[in-house]
Design a protein around this ligand. Sequence first.
Ligand code: SF4
Ligand code: SF4
Length: 389
Amino acid sequence: MAKGYVVEPDVGFVRELQELGGDTLKKCYQCATCSVVCPISPENKPFPRKEMIWAQWGLKDKLICNPDIWLCHNCNDCSAYCPRGAKPGEVLAAARNYSFQYYAWPKFLGKALANKKSLPWLFAVPAAIFLFLIFLGYGKTGAEPGKIVFSKFLPVLYIDAVFIPTALFAIIAFALGLKRFLTDMNGGTMPPVGAMVKSLKNVLPVILRHDKFKECTENKNRYWGHLGILYGFLGLLIVTGLVFVMMDVFHMEDPFSLINPVKILANLSALALIGGLVVVLYNRWKTRETSGLGTYYDWLFLLVLLGVALTGIFAELMRLAGIGALAYLCYYLHLICVFFLFAYAPFSKFAHLAYRTTAMAYADYIGRELPVEESEVEEKSSEEESSKE
Ligand code: SF4
Ligand code: SF4
């Protein structure tokens, strides 16, 4: 006789999922339409129907370490077809938010990023740090009157003193959270590092090409929105690294010319980021009836990203226009947004990038098959044809 499964519902977990954006989960009556219409769900143990019942029953242990919640790319095709308005796409998004909050280290930051009431002090920390440093350097930076130079407003050394430890902290926090996540997914032990690295190499091209986003049928332009955000962000990350080398290693002085390749890359990346964000925000608004407006996590992350891009562009425009007070104010706000983005990355929606990549690599490692794309089917059948000949 098959072994029984004792259901131990966690009512508190259900409530938390509802608060994190899955407030419609109780509407599900298990018709499985969502699993049928999902363009990327595998045939073997498809999602998101099973996740819906786990969420309703409060089966926290099954849900939060389940790689399938991360294989979902939140296209919301399932929500558009759900006959009960249970918004399975949003319920899975809530489960993901719970998951990285659960694995986060240190825990209090995970909880703080989930709580709207913590927002003022989360912003106040970088605001106070940079204000203190501006006063510390005031009068000692050799600033020339009438010239707007950001490195004279806040010396590069001071910025390094904040961002190098911040980056190290974020890397350590990510590493600890992801290790716990991987261990739980793998049933209590870490999968072999070599095999995971190999799987990571397999999934990286899929992520960089955004293949899974292309399969969305209800929000086709979502693909372009996410692509703009990803490459805009990667471009700005490269620019940050290059500027660090130019100023710290080669002691080059800012401001850089507008035709400097690094400056061109910075401006193009910022525009790609803003364009992508506008598409994603517009989509959210357009599909608000069927898919919901998104969670607090979604909006916080998108608005901080927008803040990074807009304050950066306005700081530059104000500098070019020669309006010192506004240029420095925008630069100060820019630093606060950048700090927020990176220091809190392991606890904000930014963490999706790392957790989804890890889950996709793990799915590859365990051989969890996702639907083969049409192009691959065509390639395979033509290969078979030619081998028959
Ligand atoms: S979420 Fe909607 S589509 Fe999916 S099983 Fe439940 S009722 Fe059916
Ligand atoms: S949101 Fe999209 S990817 Fe996620 S389960 Fe629904 S249909 Fe599938």
